[in-house]
Design a protein around this ligand. Structure first.
Ligand code: SF4
Ligand code: SF4
Length: 436
């Protein structure tokens, strides 16, 4: 398992579709089988989307394992779970079906947790230094990992507010004094990775992660039909976070002025925008809401519903953005308790050095450049690496051989064939000489 993705080696046909789709060059196909280099994987799920042979899977926890002889387990609900069934999304509707499948939703804390996250982001924007602008949302864990791996210069732009899906569980534990384990409904591999290998805290507040699609399947298998639905008079603000732009609207609702923000989704767009932020092209922007999945978390590979239908459902919600005086009072108290804060600084993820000592690493780098110079530089992918440079690096790291390159192999074979031909000619002379 690499973060949120599991490789089913027996199903892998070695077609190399996955390596071409990986934005961080974390995927390899070696000896006809896919492998993920964990330190480079951001758990975006692009490889999974592009595998036609179902050889890649979400690394969710096994359904039976999460119950572990218990009848009921607590569940943290992701906004996208609310969009899997109804028009408009109805969080109350989910309670009955979830209880029926043995899960007790703790969605009661979601309103407060997401309100608190939006309030904390708005305060962070108001107090940020202009050189750290724009602040970048940390809600999408895949974006955070992308920044750690590819854009370490932008780490100081990450808003120091944790995902409400994490600190919401802490809040529920404080409120209810419950110590029991919690399952997170995960819309994507990055959320699964957040549980097993969190960023911004030592240990995740959730113990397990199961996909939204799995939950939707269990609920549907109990016969819950769309006919039972009653639309609520008012949608909940936190459900809006499932769709691109929802976080920005929520943050702006806490500021008594317009928020200068950019919201982008989809790996290519996020990549391009981060590059532009790095170049200083958006210094006047205050906030960036970036989501790896197209249309936001409702586009996560862990969902069952069409992202376009989910988008329409969220848009059909009538949301009250203003807060009552008592809501504000509770939020201010929680804000002062700083429960929303990242518990750990987010550090860059450096590629493993080529050698332990600097001199050794420099020597290896020289060797790598020499190997690269000999490769054809066409990045064909036939060797199972995303590029010739990645191939050269794998050779130096002992993860491959020059003959994995089909062009080098062909050259070697024709060299051997020529040598064999020469040898066989000698053999004819020997046989002829022997006859006399
Ligand atoms: S999840 Fe994303 S980063 Fe990780 S191997 Fe797949 S495509 Fe690459
Ligand atoms: S956009 Fe949402 S669903 Fe997609 S990777 Fe980020 S957190 Fe996961």
């Amino acid at each position: 398992m690499a973060h949120g993705i599991r490789v089913l080696e027996d199903s892998c046909r070695g077609c190399v579709n996955c390596i071409k789709s990986c934005p961080t060059e974390a995927m390899r196909v070696i000896h006809g089988r896919a492998h993920i280099i964990e330190e480079l994987c951001i758990a975006c799920g692009e490889c999974l989307r592009n595998c036609r042979h179902r050889a890649l899977q979400l690394a969710e926890d096994p359904w039976e394992g999460i119950f572990n002889n218990k009848d009921t387990v607590a569940l943290m609900v992701d906004p996208s779970l609310c969009t899997q069934f109804l028009w408009p999304p109805n969080t109350d509707f989910l309670i009955g079906p979830l209880r029926d499948i043995g899960l007790e939703p703790i969605s009661g804390v979601n309103s407060e947790a997401f309100d608190l996250a939006a309030l904390a982001v708005s305060r962070a924007i108001e107090s940020a230094d202009s050189k750290d602008m724009p602040l970048i949302s940390t809600y999408c864990p895949a974006v955070v990992r992308l920044v750690q791996i590819r854009f370490p210069e932008l780490l100081k732009h990450l808003v120091p507010v944790e995902s409400p899906l994490e600190f919401g569980i802490d809040l529920w534990r404080i409120r209810t004094q419950q110590k029991e384990s919690v399952v997170l409904a995960a819309s994507c591999p990055a959320r699964i990775a957040m549980v097993h290998d969190p960023v911004g805290r030592e240990v995740s507040s959730a113990e397990w992660a199961v996909s939204v699609a799995r939950l939707a399947k269990e609920i549907r298998s109990r016969g819950y039909a769309k006919a039972e639905i009653k639309a609520p008079a008012e949608g909940e603000r936190w459900v809006q976070w499932g769709m691109l732009g929802g976080e920005t609207l929520h943050v702006a609702s806490f500021m008594n002025r317009d928020l200068n923000a950019i919201a982008v989704s989809g790996i290519r767009n996020v990549f391009d925008l981060l590059q532009e932020v790095e170049l200083g092209l958006h210094a006047e922007v205050e906030f960036v809401e970036a989501r790896i999945c197209d249309t936001g978390c409702i586009g996560g590979i862990g969902n069952a519903e069409s992202r376009f239908l989910s988008q329409r459902k969220i848009r059909s919600q009538k949301v009250r953005w203003d807060k009552t005086a008592s809501e504000i009072e509770v939020l201010e108290k929680l804000y002062r308790a700083r429960i929303w804060e990242l518990q750990r600084t987010i550090e860059p993820i450096n590629r493993l050095p080529l050698g332990e000592e600097i001199s050794q690493a420099m020597e290896k780098l020289k060797e790598m450049n020499a190997v690269y110079a000999e490769l054809p530089h066409i990045d064909c992918g036939a060797c199972g690496r995303p590029s010739c440079r990645a191939m050269a690096e794998d050779i130096i790291r002992g993860r491959g051989e020059v003959e994995d390159c089909i062009f080098k192999l062909r050259k070697r074979i024709s060299g051997l064939a020529e040598e064999l031909l020469l040898l066989s000619r000698r053999l004819v002379h020997t046989v002829v000489e022997d006859k006399h």
